[in-house]
Design a protein around this ligand. Structure first.
Ligand SMILES: [Zn+2]
Length: 209
């Protein structure tokens, strides 16, 4: 009974219980020690590279994800923390207008790396995340062999041409995301994981302020 009362008066848990699975939540509010590095809110991104001019696609460093996906990230971060590790997020919810811009900028030979905006990305539903692992104390990234948004065969999760420590880092991230969190990798991008049932979530198109 005492436990029930504590649960009932915990605002975070009350909020979690009341928020629908497809509603967007601010991940930093739910996981304060998650590291954010929102690349599309800088000019350091692939649209800048392919368009030849500095392109900042977002207007904020805040990161939203669907509640269903946030609940999984909470579990993953809890497990990682016990190892002195944590998640760093490069992207979560992405407005559909940005998806169109990416699609139009990307040369055709690279289009397996960006979802067609006509059908939409799981990012446009708040249910895909681009992540890596960091040492929680130093916030240093673990070596995954390529940077985020590296468009080449080395980004494929099955690429084996790296030293064992890099392959181990990729395996650790994958097992945490899939086996602990129940998310699913997009195999051509070691950093991209999504929540499969979210394919029915609405496509969203609002820019964060
Ligand atoms: Zn992604």
């Amino acid at each position: 009974m005492k436990q029930l009362l504590i649960l009932a008066f915990c605002p975070l848990l009350m909020g979690l219980a009341q928020t629908g699975d497809d509603e967007l939540v601010n991940i930093k509010e739910l996981i304060p020690d998650i590291v954010l590095d929102i690349k599309y809110n800088t000019e350091d991104n692939f649209v800048t590279v392919f368009s030849g001019s500095g392109q900042k696609l977002y207007t904020t460093d805040e990161c939203l994800v669907a509640m269903s996906t946030a609940k999984r990230l909470i579990i993953i971060q809890d497990s990682l923390r016990e190892m002195g590790l944590g998640l760093k997020m490069f992207d979560g919810y992405r407005p559909r207008a940005v998806q169109y811009l990416m699609w139009e900028t990307l040369p055709p030979e690279y289009q397996s790396f960006v979802a067609n905006p006509a059908t939409g990305s799981r990012h446009n539903r708040g249910a895909a995340v681009d992540v890596t692992l960091v040492d929680l104390a130093t916030r240093e990234e673990l070596d995954m062999g390529t940077p985020f948004d590296f468009f080449g065969p080395e980004a494929h999760i099955d690429y084996t041409g790296f030293p064992q420590n890099i392959l181990d880092n990729r395996s650790l991230l994958r097992s945490m995301m899939e086996q602990v969190g129940g998310l699913e990798i997009y195999v051509v991008e070691w950093w991209h994981y999504e929540y499969p049932p979210a394919r029915t979530y609405p496509l969203l198109d609002f820019q964060l302020k």
